[in-house]
Design a binder for this molecule. Structure first.
Ligand code: ASP
Ligand code: MG
Length: 411
C-alpha cells in the first residue's frame, strides 16, 4: 500500500464528464489499496476568465483581492471531484488551501509555501477518505488567501507529497510524459522513461512546458519522486528522479530543448578596459532586463565587441538602454537581431563523456548551420542560430545523438 499524491491540471478537469473520468481513475488506485490525495487545478480557461473579469475593473487589480477571486476556480473543482467520487462509492472530502493549512508568505499572486500542516489530511486518510485539495492556493499568517503563481497547482502537488512523505507525486496532464524533444518538430521524438531533476529543470527552463519549474525545483530539493502521466491514456509516463544511473544503454543526451523567445544585442567597438562588462550590463540589469548568454570577443586595436541575449519581450527596452551606453562609451555601433533561436542538448551523461560539444557542432556543420553563440554548463550545451534553421537543427541533433525512435515504433 502506497500513499500517492495525484495532481490533475485544468484540461483534465475541464468539464463535468472529465471530472467523472478523473474520479473513475482515482477509484481504480484506491481499489488497489493505495491512499490517495488529489490536487486539482481550476477548470481549463477559468483562471484566465477570472483575471479578465478583474481587469475590467482595473488594469492593475489589487493583488489581495485578485487572489481572493482566482482561488475560487480551484474551490469549484475540488467540490465537483469530491461529489463525483462520492457518487461512485468512494468516500471523499474536499479541502481548500486554508482548510489544510498550506501556510504561505504574503506575496499575493506569487506566494511561496512556508509550511504545510499534514495532520488533517492524515486524519482523513486514516478514516478511509480520498482527500481532494485545491491547488494553487494557500493562506498567510494573517489568514489572507494567497495564490502561488500561474501553474502553481504543480507546486501544491509536490509540496503536499513532500509534507505527507508520499511515495510518489503523479502529475496528470494532456501529454503522456516528457519527450526527447517536441514531437511536433521531430516526429521520431520518444517518451523518456526516466529523467533526472537537473535535466528536467534544464529542459523546462529551455522551453519544454510540461511542468512548472518551481515544482521541479521543489521536488528535487525534497527528493519527491515525480511522475508525469497522461490523464486519460494508460502508460508508465516519465519518472523524474534523483539518481543518475550509469548504464551502457543510457544515452549521453537525454533531450534537445529549444526556444525562440530570445533576441541578440551587440555593441561594437567598445574600449577593452576593466569594468566594461559592468558598464554595459549594469544599466541593463537596472532596467530589469534579464540577460541569458554573454560573449565578449578578444580585443584587437584595444577595442572589442560584446554580445548578449535577452528575452524578446525585453528587446526594445534593452536596445534603448544599450544605445545610451554606446553613446556614453563612444562605442562604434549597436546591432540587434530578433531572428535567432537557441538550441540546447541536455544530459547528465555529458559529465562522463568527452566530445559531446564537438559532436553537436559537427551535426550542425553538416547541415551548414552557422553557430552565432555558444554556452555550456555541466549538463548542457546551447547554441544560438538563425531562427529559420531551428527545426532543421533540432532534427539533425536528435538524429546525431541517437534519440530517434526506431522505425515502426509509434508512441
Ligand atoms: N489555475 C491556475 C492557473 O491556471 C493554477 C494551475 O492550473 O496550476 O495558473
Ligand atoms: Mg498546469
Amino acid at each position: 500500500m502506497a500513499l500517492i499524491v495525484q495532481k490533475f491540471g485544468g484540461t483534465s478537469v475541464g468539464s463535468v464528464e472529465r471530472i467523472e473520468q478523473v474520479a473513475a481513475k482515482v477509484k481504480k488506485f484506491r481499489d488497489n489499496g493505495d491512499d490517495i490525495v488529489v490536487v486539482v487545478s481550476a477548470m481549463s480557461g477559468e483562471t484566465n476568465r477570472l483575471i479578465d473579469l478583474a481587469k475590467q475593473i482595473s488594469e492593475q487589480p489589487v493583488a489581495r483581492e485578485l487572489d481572493v477571486m482566482v482561488s475560487t476556480g480551484e474551490q469549484v473543482t475540488i467540490a465537483l471531484l469530491a461529489m463525483a467520487l462520492i457518487k461512485i462509492g468512494v468516500p471523499a472530502v474536499s479541502y481548500t488551501g486554508n482548510q489544510v493549512r498550506i501556510l504561505t508568505d504574503s506575496a499575493f499572486t506569487k506566494a511561496r509555501i512556508l509550511q504545510i500542516d499534514a495532520q488533517n489530511i492524515h486524519k482523513e486518510l486514516k478514516a478511509g477518505r480520498v482527500v481532494v485539495v485545491a491547488g494553487f492556493q494557500g493562506v498567510d499568517e494573517a489568514g489572507n488567501i494567497t495564490t502561488l503563481g500561474r501553474g502553481g497547482s504543480d507546486t501544491t502537488g509536490v509540496a503536499l507529497a513532500a509534507a505527507l512523505k508520499a511515495d510518489e507525486c503523479q502529475i496528470y496532464t494532456d501529454v503522456d510524459g516528457v519527450y526527447t524533444t517536441d514531437p511536433r518538430v521531430v516526429a521520431k521524438a520518444q517518451r523518456l522513461d526516466k529523467i533526472t531533476f537537473e535535466e528536467m529543470l534544464e529542459m523546462a527552463s529551455l522551453g519544454s512546458k510540461v511542468l512548472q519549474i518551481r515544482a521541479v525545483e521543489f521536488a528535487g530539493k525534497y527528493s519527491v519522486p515525480l511522475r508525469v502521466l497522461h490523464s486519460f491514456q494508460e502508460g508508465p509516463g516519465t519518472l523524474i528522479t534523483l539518481d543518475e544511473e550509469e548504464s551502457m544503454e543510457q544515452p549521453i543526451i537525454s533531450g534537445i530543448a529549444f526556444n525562440r523567445d530570445e533576441a541578440k544585442l551587440t555593441i561594437r567597438g567598445v574600449p577593452d578596459t576593466p569594468g566594461v562588462a559592468f558598464k554595459i550590463l549594469g544599466p541593463i540589469s537596472a532596467a530589469n532586463v534579464e540577460v541569458d548568454m554573454i560573449v565578449q570577443n578578444v580585443a584587437h586595436d584595444n577595442t572589442t565587441d560584446f554580445t548578449f541575449t535577452v528575452h524578446r519581450n525585453d528587446y526594445q527596452n534593452a536596445l534603448q538602454v544599450l544605445e545610451g551606453i554606446a553613446r556614453d562609451m563612444g562605442a562604434r555601433e549597436v546591432i540587434g537581431d530578433t531572428d535567432i533561436a537557441k538550441v540546447s542538448i541536455v544530459g547528465v551523461g555529458m559529465r562522463s563523456h568527452a566530445g559531446v560539444a564537438s559532436r553537436m557542432f559537427e551535426a550542425l556543420a553538416k547541415e551548414n548551420i552557422n553557430i552565432q553563440m555558444i554556452s555550456t554548463s555541466e549538463i548542457k550545451v546551447s547554441v544560438v542560430i538563425e531562427e529559420k534553421y531551428l527545426e532543421l537543427a533540432v532534427r539533425a541533433l536528435h538524429t546525431a545523438f541517437e534519440l530517434d525512435a526506431p522505425a515502426g515504433k509509434v508512441e
